[in-house]
Design a protein around this ligand. Structure first.
Ligand SMILES: [Zn+2]
Ligand SMILES: [Zn+2]
Length: 204
C-alpha cells in the first residue's frame, strides 16, 4: 500500500470540511513548503517555514500534529551580531469545530473556552498555531555561538581571548586620565559632627 504523498502548500489556512465528514481515523497530510507568515513584532523569519502537517479526524473533532523547521532573524545577546536561530517546532493540538457540520448551527463553546476551534467555514487557521509555537520556542537570550565572548566594555570590539588594553595603548584622547591621582589625604578637610571632637591627625 503506497502512502499518499503530502501536498505542498503555501498558505496556512486549510479547508477541512471534507475530513470532518469522514470517520474517526481519517487523515490528511500536507507538506509545508516555503511558507512565510507575518510574525508579531519584533519576531521576523529568516527562512521560510518547512515541514509536514498531519490532521486526523477524532470522534470530537481534529488532531493537528506538525513537525516544522523555522528560522528567526535574531541578534546575539552578547556581541549583538545578526544571527539566524533555527527552531524545531512540534505542534500537537486538538481542534474542534465551531459550527455543526450538518446543520451549520453554532456549537456551544462555553464549556471549553480554551480549546482551539475551526472557523465557521471549517477551516484550520494553522498560522495562528505556528505563530504561538514560534513565540514559545524563541530563545530568551540567543547566542551566535555558545562561547561568544561578548564585547569589550572599553573599545566595543569582540572580547576574544587575549584582547586587552595595556596602558601604552590608551586612546590619546583618554591619556590625560592617566595623570589623575587620588587626592592626598592630608589635603582633605575632615568633616566631623559638631558634638564630637575632631580626631587627632597623624603626622608622618
Ligand atoms: Zn555573539
Ligand atoms: Zn577592547
Amino acid at each position: 500500500m503506497s502512502r499518499r504523498r503530502p501536498r505542498p502548500v503555501e498558505i496556512l489556512t486549510f479547508p477541512l470540511a471534507g475530513l470532518l465528514a469522514e470517520g474517526p481515523g481519517s487523515q490528511r497530510a500536507f507538506r509545508i513548503a516555503a511558507v512565510v507568515i507575518p510574525l508579531d513584532e519584533p519576531l521576523e523569519l529568516a527562512e521560510p517555514i518547512e515541514g509536514v502537517l498531519r490532521v486526523s479526524r477524532t470522534n470530537r473533532g481534529l488532531l493537528v500534529d506538525a513537525r516544522l523547521q523555522a528560522s528567526l532573524r535574531e541578534v546575539c545577546s552578547r556581541c549583538l551580531a545578526e544571527i539566524e536561530v533555527r527552531l524545531e517546532l512540534e505542534i500537537s493540538e486538538e481542534v474542534l469545530p465551531s459550527v455543526d457540520l450538518l446543520t451549520g448551527l453554532p456549537l456551544d463553546t462555553t464549556s471549553e473556552p480554551d480549546v482551539e476551534r475551526l472557523t465557521t467555514g471549517h477551516e484550520l487557521d494553522f498560522g495562528r498555531l505556528v505563530r504561538a509555537a514560534i513565540a514559545l520556542a524563541e530563545p530568551i537570550a540567543p547566542l551566535c555561538r555558545p562561547d561568544c565572548p561578548g564585547l569589550c566594555p572599553v573599545c566595543g570590539a569582540l572580547a576574544v581571548a587575549g584582547h586587552g588594553h595595556p596602558d601604552e595603548a590608551v586612546d590619546p584622547r583618554l591619556a590625560p586620565l592617566l595623570d589623575w591621582q587620588p587626592v592626598d589625604a592630608e589635603a582633605v578637610t575632615d568633616y566631623t559632627p559638631p558634638d564630637r571632637p575632631a580626631p587627632a591627625r597623624r603626622r608622618r
